[in-house]
Design a protein around this ligand. Structure first.
Ligand code: B12
Length: 322
């Protein structure tokens, strides 16, 4: 996205969130987007795929907030995928409009219909690609992120041994020690995690707006970097090395069959060896059909501010906040 637009949206979201008690309300971000882009507010944020449609242009339902330009493919008109004679079509359509799950797709005897099966295979292939793919180095370069590794050598090991992905390699520790500012207030880390596609699609916008939001809140930010084949708890090793107050860890989520490009931000106050999971927190589902990346970045900044105020994150933060 255009950096000026990112800046404007971030500034307005942060201002709004700080003045509103209902932090993170969806109406807030929609209001801001409308104000900045002059486009009418979308009625829903989540992009639902129409699994019953054969028409490429109808793949996304009419409530999509952002539709991707699709390549024109010449397809023979076919009967729609789905139940041919639903008992209550209106009710079924209502249910389908509420969920991206594959419901009401019909069947051919005991089997799924060919189109349903092909769509499933397509989404499954996208999920596999997201897990096994690598993040384009140009993206890391563009954000000036240097790369370090965990104790994982290849993706097969990564999938089978989550414990290895939670530990930085010795070279990584050395490089981080050499290159990074010590004891920053906020340390940002990016990792491919379980979806390199999630990083490729979202990280630039999230990162830009997150940085701007932290800047506008006057917070001191450390030297960011990229952990290849990382798991969430790798932040504990980073915490030991750099002693930041807060870590914001942007990492690819395990792909589902609805989106293979969803990013999460895991946050923790003073993560160290032995940090318990309950003290981490997550803002998940960041992608263009979920929480839009720019708004997510701005929102994460305000959550960091809250973590710093209470000197706690996760369940401890909830307890302190009362
Ligand atoms: C896999 C998964 C799990 C697995 C994690 C096991 C593992 N080792 O991978 C299990 C089943 C244990 C799990 C448990 C929980 N999960 Co979960 N989980 C997911 C899922 C499907 C993918 C996460 C992912 O890809 N992470 C990235 C990879 C690279 O991380 P990882 O290092 O391999 O694994 C770590 C994270 O997955 C993390 N984690 C997983 N879930 C949660 C939830 C919270 C609140 C936190 C802080 C961390 C966390 O714990 C793992 C170990 O460190 C997401 C859905 C999504 N769209 O993100 C939901 C999701 C993150 N989980 C969620 C929830 C609510 C939970 C639980 C609180 C459920 C419960 N009531 O017990 C617990 C908390 C676990 C914790 N660590 O604190 C919610 C969070 C909602 C929110 N925004 O706060 C999500 C978004 C699902 C949803 N849509 O509701 N989860």
């Amino acid at each position: 996205m255009n950096p000026e637009l990112v800046e404007q949206i971030t500034k307005m979201v942060v201002e709004k969130l700080q003045t509103k008690a209902a932090v993170g309300s969806e109406s807030t971000v929609e209001e801001v987007r409308t104000k900045v882009t002059n486009e009418p507010a979308a009625s829903v944020e989540v992009k639902f795929w129409n699994h019953r449609s054969n028409n490429v242009e109808e793949k996304c339902n009419s409530d999509c907030t952002e539709s991707e330009p699709e390549k024109e493919i010449a397809v023979e008109p076919k009967p729609p995928v789905g139940l041919e004679n639903p008992f209550n079509k209106e009710e079924l359509d209502l249910l389908i409009s509420k969920t991206p799950a594959r419901i009401g797709v019909g069947r051919a005897g005991l089997r799924p219909k060919t189109d349903t099966w092909l769509k499933f295979r397509f989404d499954h292939a996208a999920a596999v690609d997201a897990v096994y793919g690598d993040v384009d180095p140009k993206i890391l370069e563009s954000l000036s992120l240097f790369k370090v590794n965990t104790k994982v050598a290849d993706k097969e090991v990564y999938v089978r041994r989550p414990d290895f992905g939670r530990k930085l390699s010795d070279e990584a520790k050395q490089l981080i020690n050499e290159k990074c500012k010590k004891s920053p207030t906020v340390q940002i880390i990016v990792s491919d995690g379980l979806s390199s596609k999630a990083v490729e699609e979202n990280v630039e916008d999230v990162y830009l707006s997150l940085n701007q939001s932290l800047q506008s809140l006057g917070l001191d930010v450390g030297t960011p970097f990229f952990i290849e084949k990382g798991r969430v708890a790798a932040m504990d090793d980073v915490g030991e090395l750099l002693k930041p107050k807060v870590i914001v860890y942007l990492i690819g989520e395990r792909p589902g069959l609805v989106s293979a490009e969803s990013l999460s931000a895991y946050l923790c106050y003073e993560p160290r060896q032995g940090t318990i999971e309950a003290d981490r927190m997550v803002i998940s589902n960041i992608h263009k059909g979920g929480i839009p990346p720019v708004e997510a970045g701005a929102y994460i900044g305000t959550v960091v501010q809250k973590i710093l105020k209470y000197e706690a994150s996760g369940v401890s933060l909830v307890n302190k906040e009362g």
